[in-house]
Each structure stands twice: as structure tokens, then as C-alpha cells.
Design a protein around this ligand. Structure first.
Ligand code: SF4
Length: 210
């Protein structure tokens, strides 16, 4: 008999899933409340959030479709709706006018920030954890996200562990054992990124090893 059975509690993985579900539910209901008030649907919010995370706040339609794990016509339809609301605008690239880029407008950036106000709330809650707990949580999240990616359940996240520039355990320094070739700097687990604009996808074998 396992300790959890003796105490009548669910097994640890089950309780972790319950905890994650509660956070997910709280995030969803908050986002829905805000979206409902603003008239912006979930997929539209994801596009605005994705564009906000980009260095130039722009992306091609196919990149957006890939990021959201939706088909091209679906992405095009969402972008058309956002354009009608003046939250994004489509422009041809100056260097190659065959390529159309979707740009976030100032109104879109503001709408994305308002309906998606979770980062500040979550950041405040996360600050209740000790530094060690924060690092442990980040490491666990990276592993969870990676496992879900491998299962095809979530789109590619721009994380260090699946990045071409990532060199894990390249340095003897225990605090900063990893190396980023893009920034040419050592870093530790606490600096692992989950959404880096400089991310370049590496091979599946190398990502699995990392
Ligand atoms: S480029 Fe970004 S994602 Fe890639 S290793 Fe460096 S910090 Fe991590």
C-alpha cells in the first residue's frame, strides 16, 4: 500500500494535475470575463499575445498558424477579424513585397495587455515562493512543457531546451552551467527562457538530450 493510499489522498501526480487544473481554470475564467467585456475571442487574444511577444511585434500568417496550431484558413480568418477591429494591420515587407506581415497596432497592443492581464497577477503570486522554489518550479515547467510538445499536445514553445543556441552543462560553474551561443553568455536554470525571441529550433534528438 502506498503512503497516499494509507492517508486516503490521491497519488502525488494526481494532486499535481489537480493543482495545475485549478490554476488553468482560474486563468481561463479570468480571461473569459475580460474577453467577454472587450469582445475579443480566445484565438484573437492568442494572436495578440503572440505578436506582442515578438521583437518587431509582427509575423507572417503561416508563422501565426504554426504557433497557434491551427490551419492557415483559420489563422487568416482570425487576422481578418482583428484587422476589422484595427487591432492588427497587414503590410508587405519592404525587402520582399511578396511576403505579407501581420503587425500589431498600438490599439492591438493595448487590447492584448488588458484582456491578458494575467502575467502581473501570476508574477505577484509567484513572488510568494522562495528563490529556490521559483527555480524548482521553472525547471519542472520546462520539463512538463517539453513533454507536452513531444506528445504533440502544444505548439513549439521558444524554450532554451529545444533551441539550437543552447549548450547545456557547458561550464563547470554550478550556478551558471549552461551557455547560450546567441548571447554568448553562461547562465543557470533560473535564467532558462520559455519564450525567447531569438529561439531557433534544434533537432529532435538534440532537444531530447537537452
Ligand atoms: S537564444 Fe534564447 S532560447 Fe536560445 S539558448 Fe539563447 S536564451 Fe535560450
Amino acid at each position: 500500500m502506498t503512503p497516499s493510499m494509507k492517508t486516503g489522498q490521491d497519488a502525488l501526480p494526481d494532486r499535481l494535475v489537480t493543482g495545475l487544473s485549478k490554476i488553468g481554470l482560474a486563468m481561463k475564467s479570468r480571461t473569459w470575463r475580460r474577453q467577454g467585456r472587450r469582445g475579443v475571442g480566445p484565438l484573437q487574444v492568442q494572436v495578440l499575445t503572440f505578436l506582442r511577444s515578438r521583437r518587431n511585434q509582427a509575423a507572417t500568417v503561416s508563422t501565426i498558424a504554426r504557433e497557434l496550431s491551427v490551419k492557415l484558413p483559420t489563422a487568416s480568418e482570425v487576422i481578418r477579424t482583428l484587422e476589422e477591429k484595427r487591432l492588427v494591420r497587414r503590410l508587405r515587407r519592404e525587402v520582399d513585397n511578396r511576403i505579407v506581415m501581420v503587425h500589431l497596432t498600438a490599439k492591438g497592443a493595448k487590447a492584448g495587455r488588458v484582456v491578458n492581464g494575467w502575467p502581473e497577477v501570476l508574477a505577484a503570486a509567484t513572488q510568494q515562493l522562495s528563490t529556490q522554489e521559483q527555480v524548482g518550479l521553472l525547471t519542472a515547467l520546462v520539463k512538463l512543457i517539453r513533454a507536452l510538445q513531444v506528445q504533440g499536445e502544444i505548439p513549439v514553445a521558444r524554450m532554451c531546451v529545444s533551441c539550437e543556441h543552447f549548450r547545456p552543462h557547458a561550464h563547470p560553474d554550478e550556478d551558471q552551467p549552461h551557455h547560450c551561443e546567441f548571447f554568448n553568455t553562461p547562465f543557470g536554470d533560473r535564467a532558462l527562457r520559455l519564450d525567447c525571441p531569438e529561439y531557433v529550433a534544434t533537432s529532435a534528438t538534440r532537444a531530447q538530450k537537452a
